[in-house]
Write a protein that binds this ligand. Structure first.
Ligand SMILES: C[S@@+](CC[C@H](N)C(=O)[O-])C[C@H]1O[C@@H](n2cnc3c(N)ncnc32)[C@H](O)[C@@H]1O
Length: 329
């Protein structure tokens, strides 16, 4: 008889995520970095009894976020890099937000058994605007921009690009980081109005008011500008009713030889390597938003008329691998 440990072990993941959430909310890694790093010191600082504090710390050792040496706890390289509250590379809110999404997703999953639950559209814009202030800003700055920069700096002709568009920019940080890394590039950041109100603040933070402007609206209904040498477009196609229409709009907005870089999660339901992606997108999928199938985008890019399409998988994108398509007009 085969054992069922694979399925029983799935239940343990929840304990680990709860522990990390508690540690982040206590700003525990910051305290440890400040040498408040014994059970008794931490217990009095976070006002938790010593027995429970020790359990919390030992749990974090098991998930490799802390190390113990004699009676002192120390941050590991990864917790130093990503979980010390207040540092510029802090990614704690990304974890907390995604945990919240997954928890919210549990209700969606129940819709398999119940009537349809749908997100209202006007709420969606507000949700993206709020996410753009904090977690998406952190995620774009620390996790996606380095990948985007690496792709874009290596594009032939990058130094002579004049105009770029970041379509569905959310916090706008990806477009801002690309602009910051080019001496003269002029950039348009496009998203819903409620979202671009937040983007304005980020343009000021980067002091790029002279080179970066905003266009607001609905990608499917409104003008996205023209004469772009480069269009960056990541993680937006899942939300569109007619992808082909929008991709044609992108094509028309590019200069001859202009480049579209598309970065999205594509899921092959028959490929076990896509298991995490499938489950991450499960609640969105249940809300009626299509997951992208392999080849779906590249077929559209080809149909629309892109001359060359260079595609590969990036395993560095947060949580799930993404398919990168570099398409030249
Ligand atoms: C998942 S976020 C991706 C943000 C960013 N491109 C990234 O990769 O981090 C999706 C963004 O697309 C925007 N978006 C989705 N559908 C849109 C539409 N129809 N019109 C304008 N913006 C849209 C959302 O407001 C949100 O900011």
């Amino acid at each position: 008889m085969q054992n069922i440990n694979k399925y029983l072990n799935m239940l343990l993941v929840q304990q680990k995520t709860e522990i990390l959430e508690i540690a982040l909310n206590f700003k525990l890694f910051k305290l440890i970095e400040e040498s408040i790093n014994t059970v008794s010191m931490l217990s009095s600082k976070i006002k938790l009894d010593e027995h429970k504090t020790k359990i919390l710390l030992d749990s974090l050792v098991f998930i490799e976020l802390l190390e113990i040496n004699e009676d002192k706890y120390f941050n590991t390289t990864i917790s130093k890099q990503s979980f010390i509250y207040g540092t510029s590379s802090y990614c704690g809110d990304i974890f907390l937000h995604r945990k919240q999404l997954i928890t919210y997703g549990k209700d969606m999953i129940k819709s398999i058994l119940e009537d349809d639950i749908q997100l209202e559209n006007n709420k969606t814009e507000k949700l993206w605007a709020n996410a753009s202030k904090l977690f998406l800003k952190q995620e774009q700055k620390n996790l996606i921009s380095p990948i985007a920069l690496n792709i874009i700096k290596n594009l032939k002709g990058f130094s002579s690009f004049d105009k770029m568009l970041d379509l569905g920019c959310a916090s706008g940080i990806i477009g801002l980081e690309i602009t910051k890394n080019h001496p003269t590039l002029k950039t348009t950041l496009f998203d819903y109005k409620e979202v671009t109100n937040i983007v304005k603040e980020h343009i000021k933070e980067y002091k790029l008011e002279k080179r970066v402007s905003i266009l607001s609206g609905d990608i499917e209904k409104n003008d996205i500008g023209k004469n772009y040498d480069l269009i960056w477009c990541s993680n937006i196609f899942y939300f569109l009713k007619d992808k082909k229409d929008v991709i044609k709009k992108i094509y028309d907005a590019l200069n001859p030889n202009g480049i579209l870089v598309s970065c999205h999660v594509e899921i092959d339901t028959k490929n076990s390597l896509d298991e995490n992606s499938f489950f991450y997108f499960l609640s969105l999928n249940l809300q009626g938003k299509d997951i992208l199938k392999p080849m779906e985008l590249s077929n559209i890019f080809e149909d629309i008329g892109f001359k060359s399409i260079n595609s590969y998988t990036s395993f560095d994108t947060p949580m799930t691998p993404s398919q990168i398509h570099i398409c030249r007009k």
